[in-house]
Design a protein around this ligand. Structure first.
Ligand code: C2E
Ligand code: MG
Ligand code: MG
Length: 240
């Protein structure tokens, strides 16, 4: 099933990241770290990825019917093997068409690993989706093999500061320096920046002082089932 974790900007919920969970009859809720890698070794990731996209678009379309939910964006993680399929852009467009979701509210999260091969093909696919309004965020930024030369050519909207740099941001001066660098880089490239794994007020204040005003993390909410996410947004809506 699909869980949602709030993304915050200026203390308001502006969207959510869709995070998959496996409801196992015996083991309970199994986190994606335990099965996404396996699914990626086979073609299972394609069916799984298509299901996530379709489900997220269905929720987006449904939320559009409610004034307090209608502005929310949904970020969907896309694995390399899924993105490299020839018909990936068509799959996304078909999910948007079939569900009636607003493409402007869909954001795809790519990781640096996806950029290692066929960068021209990646850019072509991104352009095709961008032409319809779909946005792109670069997840786990700084943990892979980013080439700054490619970074300036990619039609991205956002860099996501990896939680590995946020965790010890107050005590490890290297992590703090890297986080600052990502914020400055995003700003210079004209991109948004969001920090993931924000667990404390002091991490948030530190990031805010550096110029990062969008956050995701346990400080605001854990990933929750969709009904709980809807309740969370309503609580967060003034006058509701
Ligand atoms: P990710 O995309 O970088 O997602 C962020 C992870 O950090 C999530 O783990 C989230 O639950 C966790 N997290 C969020 N806030 C905090 C915090 O404040 N502290 C800590 N310690 N952790 C926090 P999760 O849900 O276990 O997902 C792990 C990874 O699995 C994701 O990393 C993503 O790469 C992958 N994944 C999840 N759903 C999907 C999916 O639908 N498709 C694909 N291809 N990959 C997925
Ligand atoms: Mg992600
Ligand atoms: Mg991440």
């Amino acid at each position: 099933s699909l869980f949602y974790q709030a993304q915050i900007s200026g203390r308001r919920i502006v969207g959510a990241e869709a995070l998959i969970r496996w409801r196992h009859p015996v083991r309970g809720i199994v986190p994606p770290g335990e099965f996404i890698g396996l699914a990626e070794e086979s073609d299972l990731i394609q069916a799984l990825g298509a299901w996530v996209l379709y489900t997220a678009c269905t929720d987006l379309a449904q939320w559009a019917q409610h004034p307090e939910m209608a502005h929310l964006t949904v970020a969907v993680n896309v694995s390399a093997r899924q993105f490299h399929q020839v018909d990936f852009p068509d799959q996304v467009l078909a999910a948007l068409d079939r569900t009636g979701a607003n493409a402007q509210l869909l954001k795809l999260e790519l990781t640096e690993g996806l950029l290692i091969k066929d960068i021209e093909g990646v850019i072509t696919k991104m352009d095709k989706l961008r032409a319809r309004g779909v946005g792109f965020s670069l997840d786990d930024f700084g943990t892979g093999y980013s080439s700054l030369a490619y970074l300036k050519r990619l039609p991205l909207d956002q860099l996501k500061i990896d939680q590995g740099f946020v965790r010890d941001i107050l005590t490890d001066s290297n992590d703090a320096a890297i986080a600052k660098m990502v914020i400055v880089l995003a700003d210079s490239l004209g991109l948004n920046v969001i920090a993931e794994g924000v667990e404390t007020e002091s991490q948030m204040s530190f990031l805010a002082r550096q110029g990062c005003h969008s956050y995701q993390g346990y400080l605001f909410s854990r990933p929750v089932p969709r009904q709980d996410f809807v309740a969370l947004v309503r609580q967060n809506t003034p006058g509701h």
